[in-house]
Design a protein around this ligand. Structure first.
Ligand code: FAD
Length: 480
């Protein structure tokens, strides 16, 4: 017989202590929502979980009482993925923040869910051997593990692809409270790679917590170049910039590269609602990161870049040579923001309207120009600034194209307007071959109609096997 939810709450309070079980309305409301257009949910309790023992016990109790579980760290995924769709308990894993092992020789960090990008960077910076993790544009207090599990991207993604590929192995708490380890870890040796064992890690990647709760992640680190320089290139039009981000990976001189359209620049300079572009302003700016072991190599890479830009101009593209950060900062000190590393997009995060969302997609570079043009046209049609951020990934095999909107978070009408636009953007993008990452529930529902039947059946069987009670973050890819 199932344990009553009330009895489970009493037991969990004994286990975690009163202070770690939150049921006041302000906390429930905060954890029941995020900054996107996704409808809020209503958790029954928020549990602050501090260690693996507590985590396995909580999963066991929830399983016995049929209580839904939503794992969360900072809740900034921008897909509504930590909004509990069926009530239950939100597990705040922020306090599970140990860097369990830093293996500088084999370039692997073993970390818990609450370890943040800033925390891992600070720890890595303390060591003489300069290693780094790829940094997203997300706030520094977000979870490294969450971004890896979500197949997110960072500044090393041009070279190394999505962050899901950087995972060497996982320790997972299954829905029945048992533990498993994946990758080479499964044989009791250090987690040096996922190969050559059967790759069970994938069962937990891009699943948004619907197949198990990850308690440890072994993630790859890379050598940090001795020298790194960022410069900016300003393009008069979108088509020229989209051509450049498609071609630049082929030069093999960049560590990272990204295109931002004019409203991003205006917001950075304090314009909350950019409406019109001044015709003299560039439509797109591209940041270009070059890293090298020594100055000679750095200069050689920069010379290659200048030759490429000269070639673009000879071809009629309206673009000047890249400008370095010191020159840019002399033009306007506020632009120094883009020199910071990792870069923080706080002008989006702290926007006065409070709402932030995007249709973030991965797709073929060959379709970037059309995708960007059609998407920005849709945004303008719906009364939004044509804000996009695009980057090539994995040596140019594919890229990320994001359509970003800020909106009045407290207004139901604004949320409905954003949702309608996002659905159109997602449909347009899919037509061109772009798939949403960190896929929100509304997009999963749309994709369901298009999914290959064999894929859909196997996905149902896998999630049914791993989560027979449908209690793990229901409403996601688990489809419960
Ligand atoms: C301004 C801004 C810029 C951003 N830029 C980027 C960017 O450049 N690249 C990028 O990839 N992302 C970006 N993001 C998105 C987001 O910040 C990242 O995905 C971030 O790493 C998520 O961390 P989090 O702590 O907020 O995770 P959360 O939102 O708390 O969780 C994310 C998901 O992981 C699940 N989860 C959490 N812990 C576990 C666990 N232990 N086991 C299983 N599942 C778990 C949650 O249920 C949820 O589905 C950006 C966001 C903002 C607001």
């Amino acid at each position: 017989m199932k344990m009553q939810a009330r009895a489970a709450l009493v037991r969990v309070t004994e286990l975690l202590g009163e202070a770690a079980v939150r049921r006041d309305s302000a906390t429930l409301a905060m954890y029941g929502a995020d900054m996107t257009e996704n409808a809020p949910g209503q958790p029954d309790a928020v549990l602050l979980v501090s260690n693996l023992e507590q985590l396995t016990a909580v999963v066991g109790l929830a399983g016995a009482a049929g209580i839904a579980l939503t794992p969360r760290v900072a809740g900034t995924n921008l897909g509504g993925l930590t909004i509990p769709s069926r009530g239950g308990w939100v597990l705040d894993l922020t306090a599970m923040n140990r860097i369990v092992k830093l293996d500088l020789d084999d370039m692997v960090a073993v970390i818990e869910p609450g370890v943040t990008f800033q925390q891992l960077k600070d720890e890595l910076d303390r060591h003489p051997r300069k290693l780094t993790i790829g940094f997203p544009l997300s706030p520094p207090d977000t979870s490294v593990m969450a971004n890896c599990l979500l197949d997110g991207l960072g500044n090393l993604s041009l070279r190394h692809g999505v962050m899901g590929e950087w995972i060497n192995g996982l320790e997972v708490v299954r829905a029945d409270g048992s533990l498993l380890r994946t990758g080479s870890w499964a044989l009791g040796v250090p987690p040096f790679a996922r190969a050559p064992l059967p790759d069970l890690t994938g069962l937990f990647v891009s699943m948004q917590g619907s197949t198990g709760l990850v308690s440890k992640l072994a993630v790859q680190l890379w050598p940090s170049p001795n020298l790194r320089e960022r410069s900016f290139a300003f393009f008069a039009d979108l088509a020229g910039a989209m051509r450049a981000i498609r071609e630049l990976p082929g030069l093999d001189v960049l560590d990272d590269c990204g295109a931002l359209t004019w409203p991003t620049g205006k917001m950075l300079l304090g314009v909350a609602h950019p409406r019109e572009r001044d015709p003299a302003e560039p439509e797109v700016f591209l940041y270009l990161d070059v890293g090298a072991h020594d100055r000679e190599l750095l200069r050689a890479k920069q010379a290659t870049l200048r030759r490429y830009f000269a070639g673009l101009r000879a071809d009629g593209v309206k673009v000047e040579d890249p400008i370095d950060i010191p020159t840019l900062v002399r033009l306007d000190p506020r632009l120094g923001k883009f020199a910071e590393f990792p870069t923080r997009l706080d002008f989006l995060l702290d926007h006065p309207d409070g709402g932030l969302t995007w249709v973030g997609t991965y797709g073929p570079m060959s379709q970037f120009r059309d995708g960007a043009a059609r998407g920005t046209a849709l945004m303008v049609e719906h009364g939004f600034a044509p804000t996009i951020v695009a980057r090539p990934m994995k040596g140019g095999h594919f890229g990320v194209l994001r359509f970003i909107e800020v909106f009045e978070r407290k207004s139901d009408a604004a949320r409905a307007q954003v949702l309608a636009l996002n659905q159109k953007l997602a449909d347009m993008a899919l037509e061109l071959g772009f798939v949403m990452y960190k896929t929100p529930g509304w997009a999963v529902a749309r994709y369901q109609r298009k999914l290959d039947p064999g894929f859909k059946r196997l996905l149902g069987e896998v999630t049914g096997l791993l989560d027979p009670g449908g209690m793990m973050n229901p409403g996601r890819w688990g489809l419960g």
